[in-house]
Design a protein around this ligand. Sequence first.
Ligand code: ARG
Length: 301
Amino acid sequence: TGLQLDTVSSTTPSRNSPPPPQFDTPTFLMCAPQWYDVDYVINPWMAGNLHRLNRDLAFAQWRELHRQLQLIADVRLIPAVQGSPDMVFVGHTAVVQHGVAAVSSFAHPERRVEEQPVRRWLKDHGFLLWETPRETAFEGEGDALFDANGKLLWAAHGVRTCLQCHRHLAQAWHLPVVSLHLVDPRFYHLDTCFAPLSGGHLMYFPDAFDAASRVAIENAYPEEKRIAVNEEEATAFACNVINIGETVLMHKVSSDLSRRLGRLGFDVVQIDLSEFLKGGGSAKSLVLRLSDIQLQAEIAS
Ligand code: ARG
């Protein structure tokens, strides 16, 4: 089956189609954790953590991330839905650029319940919906990340997202897509092991990729721009960061990595996100970018 462009376009305004969104500040969507839980196991991190969350702590950690993000960006909220315990990881529900939202087709039925509320929210806020075919799983910013200048899309396959859907993504923005193959089940989403940063930097965990993917990455980012993290850092979700300009919001990280980032001009803000690590995610997975990636790329250095 082909693609469906659900047109809520500026050329056909009606009562039901709000104007396309325009942002002059980096803007993100978040979803509060009132229904967050580890109710099932769909990634290795969730195993052993079934119903072992501290909900008050999760809420406090999420609020702190929300507070820190609000200091440097606009934050919108989508209401949490009962029965969607992973919806707090709203970054996996879509990829947005230029007001077009490629919406996810989750690999696991447990997360498909998140698709409809997010699709509705995006549509109600004026985004054009780019549907990806049901039979080719696609998990939003979990597996598709723009480079910092928005000229290229990095898309992963191997665990959740299918290789076949990468070309559908390419069509949404008419941009080149580079496919990367994930080979370690602990790093089941691209955003667990790969983070394009402002200033043309890339933070990544090389062992999460096959050899050909590592070559593609190394060809795109010169050595002085690559920040390779080690296994200990990677398993603390060091690559699952929110980067706006020189600020990097992340879970607690080794002092060595924080120093390396500091030397490159980044201002690292560490937030304890332990309760979300139990579900298999960290800072980056808890937000969905709504504004264009280029808005957050500038770095003073
Ligand atoms: N439980 C969610 C899932 O497995 C967690 C997602 C967090 N993802 C991430 N890329 N860090 O889908």
